[in-house]
Write a protein of this length. Sequence first.
Length: 113
Amino acid sequence: MSSPSHKRIWKVVSLIPQGKVASYGQIADLAGLPGRARMVSKALKCTPEELAIPWHRVLRADGKIAFPVGHEFGLQQQQLLREEGLQVDRLRVNLSACQWQPDLPTLLFALDY
């Protein structure tokens, strides 16, 4: 079951371009849900497969993969990020180098608040 909040989160995550990443908190803010980073995580867990949301581009605020070391999804996330040309070192991506900063048209026309 998907809520309107989940749909807004999925839309924002779908806008993250290849080779860029965003934090859970950033996604919550852009979805009009400030302070709801955990909701982003929950929404991504229940994303219908047919939506093909690039969940792997969402990281913790420190740039780290949220899954524990050796976890199947964490390994998959590392692989997908590396395939997009991102460097993953000790489960961490350098946010200052590759954090998504939506342009003005995206902020004005693509996001639902």
